[in-house]
Design a protein around this ligand. Structure first.
Ligand code: F6R
Length: 599
């Protein structure tokens, strides 16, 4: 999704902004632009395509100034083009704005502004903001921005500069914005990743706050004029965790980080057989849990349902956040809504939390990004501590989510004096080591991938707690390799997907030891007899299955409750190697954004 960066300080703003835009690339974008104030003139350059192209442009190389803003755009209103990319200017080319979010009433405002002789250059909703500011601007930029914002319906993360002012105005409603606090410089961004190089101190703007940012000061007030005393947070992520290091792609690095990220999710939360993850009073009266999320995080919610119902005996519903928010859900006394999100900024998940709160549920977050909007809006929560996830396709966040959900299930059982399964605890302790062992399969999986890289379709089957793993394996493959892939519970095969099976069709079975593993054998036989190309993920001892498979990927045996974490890693590697062998841009797949901050 779109990214914002702004700078005011003593460095060359162009360099900070280009560097920041590169850090925002992973979020997905189709065009980018930059505006710099230089000797009372405002210069703007925009380009469709990669930041590299923008950087090479002679006009960009000539930019020099100490105040500026930049943007990566992910098209919503108006196709990707130079005129539609940000920054957007006013008629006199004095004011420049960059905007994330969607202005819902832009059409009526545009009509009004056109009737007042404003000339528009783009098809975007965002451009009305620069014209509205122009309409209200006399000599106080903050006042003009506030007057403009009062007319807007929708969401915004916004940075504004004017060529006659030594300040950047930042504002937010529903779209994240942080201000990095350096000594004689401030960096404004939609993503903490772009700030970390300069400072680890940040202010998270809250909804309807407007900041006047000078190189030495930040003054914040609410759109209603009320003064705000901002809190400065210290970010613990280290800058190295945001670099690829020896790996070809961030996705591969993040897959290989999983022994460590799972260890981090467990750290301090599992001592002997006691689980310490939340304050007991928050969960004592829960009667039902609603897990809500999008995409990969929704798959971890599906696994969470199996875990919580089985271990803690509490009924669980799982909802796509986008559906929950609009389906007029019934919230009952004792309901807890748990929102799961890597970024903590997903618009639908955030809206589901707000809806649940309105209806009287208590809310909890399972979130990776510290200080993100979701983490701040829920009543209480669990952080994943997986560090920054840069590859657009989520990997380490997913296994940390499942680890956190497992700890949460055990904790709920503990608070209800339900016996905690000893095998699960002892296997949890061995998990980081077993994850290392799965990763040893990477070379072998690359070899297997060679014979599937030109496949057009894939089917994934799993049962019980590994059915969501089949969904996740299919999602990973389609996202980064553009091969059509579907996941199903294996028993559903006969109810439709079996019609697709012929000798061209690769079929992946997640068939590690479980209560249902015997039942999956007949599905495998049915695929075999129709000539499908079978890949089986199973444990070393499971000899019986191997005779059916063209390829077998062996993963360590573990407790069934933990098996999704181990099994999915084999599927992450399969998706990664297939996409890499196809020479695709694994970290930035087409049309996808890392953090989906619009509906
Ligand atoms: C898939 C993927 C997406 C996200 C989804 C939710 O690899 O990354 O499906 O899982 O957009 O994002 P978060 O977890 O940030 O709320």
């Amino acid at each position: 999704m779109c990214g914002i960066i702004g700078y005011i300080g003593e460095r060359n703003a162009r360099e900070v902004i280009l560097e920041g835009l590169k850090k925002l690339e992973y979020r997905g974008y189709d065009s980018a632009g930059i505006s710099i104030i230089s000797k009372n003139s405002l210069k703007t350059v925009k380009k469709v395509g990669r930041i590299k192209e923008l950087e090479k442009d002679k006009k960009v190389k000539d930019l020099f100034g100490k105040i500026g803003i930049g943007h990566t755009r992910w098209a919503t209103h108006g196709k990707p083009s130079e005129k539609n990319s940000h920054p957007h200017l006013d008629c006199k080319k004095k004011i420049a704005i960059v905007h994330n979010g969607i202005i819902e009433n832009y059409q009526s405002l545009k009509k009004l502004l056109i009737s007042e002789k404003h000339k528009f250059n783009s098809d975007t909703d965002s451009e009305i903001i620069s014209h509205l500011i122009e309409k209200f601007y006399e000599d106080n930029l903050e006042e003009a921005v506030i007057k403009a914002l009062r007319l807007l319906e929708g969401t915004f993360g916004l940075a504004v500069i004017s060529k006659d002012k030594e300040e950047v105005i930042a504002a937010k409603r529903g779209s994240p914005l942080v201000i990095g606090i350096g000594k004689n410089e401030k960096i404004i961004s939609s993503d903490v990743a772009a700030v970390l190089k300069y400072t680890d101190k940040v202010i998270y703007l809250k909804d309807d706050e407007v900041a006047v940012v000078h190189k030495k000061t930040v003054l914040i007030r609410k759109i209603n004029g009320q003064k705000v005393d901002p809190k400065i947070h210290k970010i613990k992520w280290d800058i190295k965790s945001m670099e690829k290091g020896r790996f070809k792609h961030f996705m591969l690095k993040e897959i290989f980080e999983q022994p460590e990220t799972i260890r981090n999710a467990l750290r301090g939360r599992l001592s002997r057989s006691k689980i310490k993850i939340l304050d007991e009073k928050n969960v004592r009266d829960i009667k039902r849990i609603i897990l809500t999320a999008c995409g990969t995080s929704w798959h971890s919610a599906l696994i969470g349902k199996y875990l919580i119902e089985r271990i803690a005996k509490i009924p669980v519903e799982v909802d796509y956040a986008s559906e929950f928010r609009y389906r007029k859900p019934l919230i009952l006394e004792g309901d807890l809504l748990v929102a799961i999100s890597q970024s903590g900024e997903t618009a639908d998940t955030l809206a589901a939390i707000r809806e649940a709160k309105k209806l009287g549920a208590s809310t909890m977050g399972i979130v990776n990004v510290v200080g993100s909007t979701i983490s701040r809006e829920v009543d209480f929560g669990i952080y994943l501590h997986a560090g920054p996830e840069t590859g657009v396709a989520s990997t380490k966040a997913f296994t940390s989510q499942v680890t956190a959900l497992l700890l949460f299930s055990l904790f709920l059982a503990q608070t209800r004096s339900i016996r905690i399964p000893c095998k699960t605890i002892s296997e949890l302790k061995k998990l980081p080591k077993k994850v290392k062992d799965v990763l040893k399969n990477s070379k072998k999986i690359r070899e297997i991938s060679k014979s599937f890289k030109d496949s057009k379709n894939f089917l994934y089957f799993g049962r019980g707690i590994n059915f969501p793993v089949a969904l996740e394996g299919a999602l990973k493959l389609k996202e980064i390799s553009y091969i059509h892939a579907e996941g199903y519970p294996a028993a559903e095969m006969k109810h439709g997907p079996i019609a697709l099976i012929d000798k061209e069709m690769p079929v992946v079975f997640v068939a590690t030891k479980s209560e249902l593993s015997k039942k999956i054998v007949s599905n495998i036989e049915e695929v075999k007899s129709r000539g499908g190309r079978i890949i089986i993920i199973t444990n070393p001892k499971n000899k019986e299955l191997k005779k059916f498979a063209e390829y077998v990927i062996e993963v360590p045996s573990t407790d069934e409750a933990i098996s999704p974490i181990i099994n999915v890693i084999a599927l992450q590697l399969l998706a990664y190697h297939i996409a890499d062998l196809k020479n695709l841009d694994v970290d930035k797949p087409r049309n996808l954004a890392k953090s989906v901050t619009v509906e």
